[in-house]
Write a protein that binds this ligand. Structure first.
Ligand code: AHG
Ligand code: MN
Ligand code: MN
Length: 343
């Protein structure tokens, strides 16, 4: 007995949308796509899984050594941010998609060894953001951005490929290692979030098309630096935490990992600020692998990302490890802060 084939529209997948499927659908929607971007992204995802797995065992290093399951020597000598850095480099360098990398943990541009093809993309990353949180089991993250190379194809990439403004980013995102691990990324048009299922070993689409609220009720800043700030920043903080006829006092939340603080800001709204202070005259956060990728994501979600004067994405970088002040979040909240900052 023959059965009629179903010809209706595709049914929603019973397993949800994996990150891999999301990337492949995206690739097929672009007629000129070569698969290079998808390939690179899959390597970043693999690095995220490996780092996430190690992060979840961070407190066990001594214990695992004693049970003999892990080489205690390796665990003890290697700092987690070094491990994360090496994990990303070694998952990406042989793939043929990238011609040079830039990392918070490495002073100079990271070359692709000559035995591997020199690809058309440029990867920059903060392998572990908020590493001060590791010892207390609080959230940490990884930040990354992808640019197209600007130097001739086929050759090794150079510093010039790394010193590109955020407005030329092809894709950027972050992984937050928290109560669950999430990967959030954007190619500019929208922001999608994927939650890791450790049982399956895969990221699943959990937060499609994240939009930041127009205004929130949380401010996020290291207020311990209050006495080191310019008085205009002090006045803004005095104002935001004081109830006035037109607003309630904002709540303060500061995890101390930019990824985690901005992840909350994206989902709940509000503002995250790291301003200049007496010690850090240009702010503390790094432009290329912290501020720019996060600014790209925040803007794609409908938010605002400023250095206090202009859009972070329009800054032309001059040095690999240059710093920038950061005011990011809900449009109305950033507008208020900038009004104070530029008074
Ligand atoms: P990293 O761990 O990559 O060095 O980054 C830490 C950064 C950032 O994540 C966070 O927002 C900020 O430092 C916190 O700085 P303070 O401790 O000065 O507030
Ligand atoms: Mn960082
Ligand atoms: Mn770091």
């Amino acid at each position: 007995m023959s059965r009629a084939l179903s010809v209706g529209p595709p049914k929603e997948s019973p397993i949800g949308t994996t990150l891999e499927r999301h990337l492949l659908d995206r690739q097929r929607s672009m007629p000129d796509a070569t698969g290079d971007f998808t390939g690179l992204f899959q390597q970043i995802t693999l690095a995220a899984k490996i780092i996430g797995s190690r992060v979840s065992k961070a407190g066990l290093s001594g214990i695992l050594g004693r049970t003999g399951t892990t080489n205690v020597q390796g665990e003890q000598v290697q700092k987690l941010d070094e491990f994360a850095n090496q994990t990303i480099v070694s998952t990406v360098e042989a793939g043929g998609h990238v011609c040079v990398m830039g990392s918070e943990e490495v002073e100079e541009p990271i070359a692709i060894p000559p035995q591997y093809p020199q690809g058309k993309y440029v990867l920059q990353f903060d392998p572990l953001d908020g590493s001060g949180n590791i010892d207390i089991n609080a959230s940490i993250g990884t930040i990354f951005s992808i640019h197209r190379r600007v130097t001739p194809e086929g050759q090794p990439g150079t510093l010039k490929d790394l010193l590109q403004p955020g407005s030329d980013i092809v894709a950027a995102g972050y992984i937050v290692y928290g109560s669950s691990n999430m990967l959030v990324y954007s190619t500019g048009s929208q922001v999608d979030g994927f939650t890791y299922d450790p049982g399956v070993g895969e990221f699943f689409l959990s937060h499609p098309n994240i939009r930041i609220p127009e205004r929130g009720n949380i401010y996020s800043i290291n207020e311990g630096n209050y006495h080191n700030w310019d008085e205009r920043i002090q006045k803004w903080v005095d104002w935001i935490k004081t109830p006035t006829p037109e607003k309630k006092a904002y709540r303060l939340r500061y995890i101390g990992a930019m990824v985690a603080d901005l992840h909350r800001t994206l989902l709940r709204g509000g503002i995250f600020v790291y301003p200049p202070d007496i010690k850090n005259k240009k702010g503390k956060l790094r432009l290329l692998y912290e501020a720019s990728p996060m600014a790209f994501v925040v803007e794609a979600a409908g938010g605002v990302a400023s250095d206090g004067k202009s859009r972070i994405l329009t800054i032309q970088p001059k040095e690999l490890h240059q710093r920038t002040p950061v005011f990011m979040g809900s449009p109305a909240d950033v507008a208020d802060a900038l009004r104070f900052a530029n008074a």
